[in-house]
Design a binder for this molecule. Sequence first.
Ligand code: B12
Ligand code: SF4
Length: 355
Amino acid sequence: MTKHILLVEPDYYTQYPPIGLLKLSSYEKSLGNTTELIRGCNIPKKRPDRIFVTSLFSWSWRPVWRAVNYYKKKYPSTPIYLGGIYASLMPKHAKLSGADYICKGIVPEAESLMPDYELRPEWDGSIIFSSRGCNRKCGFCAVPRIEGRFNSVKSSIKDFVWPKHTRIIFFDNNFLWNENKFEILNELIELDRSVDFNQGLDARLINEEIAECLGKLKYESSNSIRLAYDTIMEKKAVENAINLFSENNIKKRRILVYALFNYEDTPESFLERVIDILKWGSVCYPMRFEPLRALEKNLYVSENWTKERIEAVQTARRVIGYGGAFPPYQGLIDKFQNASDFDEAFQLREYKGDS
Ligand code: B12
Ligand code: SF4
């Protein structure tokens, strides 16, 4: 018998459609069921037989609880399934929301289906995971815990591009790990739509051949390519990747490099990475570390950092940066490079230390 599935996106802030629910919608429709998507707490058009609530960042758990609570009161005998990132990372906490079932990880059957973009007709970009999981084990990253080892690998993405969409957005954790990357890159060249490797590319995997393919793509934002310079160990790899890109049509100024801080680094080693990136001619985007199971954002301070020093970075991003990032302006390079230490670079001269 046909079942009606209510898909609920809690009303947390997000700039993307709830791609997980859109995939689950396609899956349910392939089983002969019907679906309906609602944001927040609202009355559906049709009484549901099952309710699927998704979740995103762990610190956005409150709207998730609100949604579960609302639909539980409205339909006490309808089972509520809660999945997504927060539910996968913090299943015990998520269970306290009152949901009947907590669903961890991805749903492999849904990963091979085109998301049901009919549910978001105004949206203009195809969001693709050409793979899930990751085989590396960076301690600051939740992906291996949520999605496990590298899996759900695609060899072609053509069938995942919605005809009306003008851009293609990859949510892959590590796009270049895919052994089919050249097939996919060639498809992208043919498709001739703008591309966004949203999660950044792994500098350690970039070589001449890859840089050449990436240089032939169209990019959607002012920053074409994103890389990560998370520890000083990646110095050579990041510099090399930037040089290879610049030899292949991608201007250094259009490369955005994330610099993780407030993790196991020190303010001084963070400053060193900031200076490196700017000297290489690229844009530095400081990325504050958040613990994998943080229930509140922007609270955690690692043992090498202080609240004041973190605040100094955030203020500098707003005041002397541009769009939260540090562009490679000569004035900024001089300021950072001529400073005797982190506090001078980030103007904490009056700051008297950690006590
Ligand atoms: C895209 C993305 C972003 C985007 C925004 C995403 C958005 N939707 O708004 C941007 C680039 C802005 C971003 C920013 C940040 N991000 Co981010 N991001 C991601 C990424 C790659 C995907 C998130 C997403 O939208 N997924 C869509 C999900 C929900 O759909 P799906 O997974 O395809 O759905 C499947 C399953 O989840 C499941 N499912 C989902 N819902 C349901 C429901 C039911 C009922 C069932 C059965 C199943 C189910 O089935 C689906 C089909 O298989 C994840 C990594 C990842 N691989 O998940 C990190 C991730 C969420 N980000 C993370 C972090 C740390 C950040 C930043 C803090 C980084 C920083 N230091 O600045 C910022 C914070 C921004 C903020 N607003 O607070 C962490 C979050 C950890 C946490 N504690 O929550 C993650 C997990 C990455 C990581 N390396 O650890 N991010
Ligand atoms: S940060 Fe990137 S490379 Fe490291 S575990 Fe996460 S997805 Fe993998």
